[in-house]
Ligand binder design. Structure first.
Ligand SMILES: [Zn+2]
Length: 453
């Protein structure tokens, strides 16, 4: 029998940035982890003398943070990274992305695309991601294989998608999927009607009923483009937010993605209904969609997390990048350097993201009792020296490649830049092979034959 103070893992030394409600930072700290749970976090000496670890990670010269949370992506779309850039959204979707999805996104492609996304996300310190796609079982399995925490949402639209005949079939499959994965330690299932303009109201209501039956999230794109708002007004006489309100589906188990074209009254309504938002500034900038009213949403008390969106519209999956972009974009938009501050955006990339996904009781901060999703950033790099303020360093200077070690649910998945759960060389080789097939048949196909952004 092992002694009572034995723990699986101890991170000793380094600056521990907890992101807890008191914003505690331990300049020479330590984190003790046992059976996937944080059992102690505090000053190094207090923790070190109390616990005897099975495994020890030297945290000296490192910044120790909760794992980053990517609240919105489409992981398999790493296969389309750089395939069709610099195009208007409608062209991009209808001429390139949707046809490519309908032709190439079989279960095998979803698996390799997701593993590539997982490798990239782990390398950049992302420990949780929320996804919307099809062939979601394969996506969930790949995420789990990579050792990541994920909320893969069963995506659907009004027309058939690979592996699903239409909304009715999609919802039946989504229910089976939710049942299969509920209770998994890493994968939290959910359901995703793509958007109010691609899914009929009654199917959005059905999806919400299903989500409520199992207590899972409903994940949906909302008010991404000005054109979408115009289209909804012409078709149903309401904006996307007011249409969802009319359908009676807005509540705290809804994750609304983008929310760029929302009015102040709609923001108030979203706060009242406690709808969460995934803010994806880089995708919004790249597709020229607009600037989401982040300050107004935060000011109203809306839970906002950060999302990368897919690698086809970003083109990377770095939440550190989104933290920086979110800050810079809002300062520029308001022509005010104090509009949004470093701690606020760092919080959005960690605890704020966990709150938006409804999993802040599990992850998002380094606190005793939470699951151990922890990352270490190497501070011994010229662009991170000197260090006056940890939040400034994370928000304005740190890069994805500074992440050195990643722990998810107490398991070390990357150690000193070496991925331990994935054969990265094989994953990249497989993706290059799929990309060769995509490249050889690049001619546009008819519109209306696939997916998601
Ligand atoms: Zn999206």
């Amino acid at each position: 029998m092992r002694p009572t103070n034995a723990v699986d893992l101890l991170i000793e030394g380094g600056i521990v940035v907890t992101m807890d409600p008191e914003w505690r930072v331990f300049d020479d700290g330590a984190v003790a982890i046992d059976r996937g749970v944080i059992v102690a976090v505090g000053p190094r000496w207090d923790v070190v003398r109390a616990y005897r670890p099975g495994d020890l990670i030297d945290g000296r010269g490192k910044l120790i943070l909760p794992g980053l949370v990517n609240t919105h992506t489409h992981a398999p779309m790493t296969l389309f990274r750089g395939l069709a850039d610099d195009l208007p959204v409608s062209d991009w979707l209808q001429r390139y992305i949707w046809p490519a999805e309908s032709r190439f996104m079989n279960p095998e492609a979803v698996r390799w695309g997701t593993l590539l996304a997982a490798a990239e996300m782990i390398r950049s310190g992302v420990t949780t991601f929320c996804d919307m796609y099809f062939h979601v079982d394969h996506l969930a399995r790949a995420a789990k294989e990579a050792g990541m925490r994920a909320i893969p949402s069963w995506g659907f639209v009004d027309f058939p998608l690979p592996g699903q005949a239409g909304p009715e079939d999609a919802l039946a499959q989504a229910e089976d999927y939710i049942r299969r994965w509920q209770g998994d330690p890493l994968i939290i299932p959910s359901v995703a009607p793509h958007a109010p303009y691609t899914v009929d109201g009654r199917w959005i209501q059905e999806a919400k009923t299903l989500a409520d039956r199992y207590g899972v999230l409903m994940h949906i794109h909302v008010a991404e483009t000005e054109g979408e708002v115009r289209e909804m007004q012409a078709r149903v006489g309401k904006t996307p937010v007011m249409y969802l309100e009319e359908l009676g589906v807005l509540d705290r188990n809804v994750l609304a993605v983008h929310c760029i074209w929302v009015t102040p009254a709609e923001i108030e309504l979203m706060a009242e209904r406690d709808v969460a938002v995934a803010h994806c500034p880089e995708s919004n900038m790249k597709l020229g969609s607009g600037v989401a009213p982040l300050l107004a949403m935060l000011g109203a008390g809306v839970r906002v997390g950060l999302g990368t969106d897919s690698a086809a519209s970003n083109n990377d999956l770095s939440v550190l990048g989104e933290i920086q972009t979110a800050a810079l974009l809002d300062k520029l938009t308001h022509r005010d350097p104090a509009a949004i501050k470093a701690p606020t955006v760092v919080r959005m990339g960690t605890l704020g993201g966990a709150e938006a996904l409804g999993i802040d009781h599990l992850v998002g901060s380094l606190e005793v009792g939470k699951r151990a999703d922890v990352i270490l950033l190497d501070l011994s790099r010229p662009h991170l020296v000197p260090l006056y303020n940890v939040y400034s360093q994370i928000a304005y200077a740190a890069r994805a490649s500074d992440v050195q070690t990643v722990i998810i649910d107490g398991r070390v998945v990357m150690r000193d830049r070496e991925l331990l759960t994935l054969d990265e060389t094989e994953v990249m080789a497989r993706v290059r092979e799929i990309a060769r097939r995509i490249r050889s048949t690049e001619a546009p196909a008819p519109a209306g034959s696939g997916g998601a952004t």
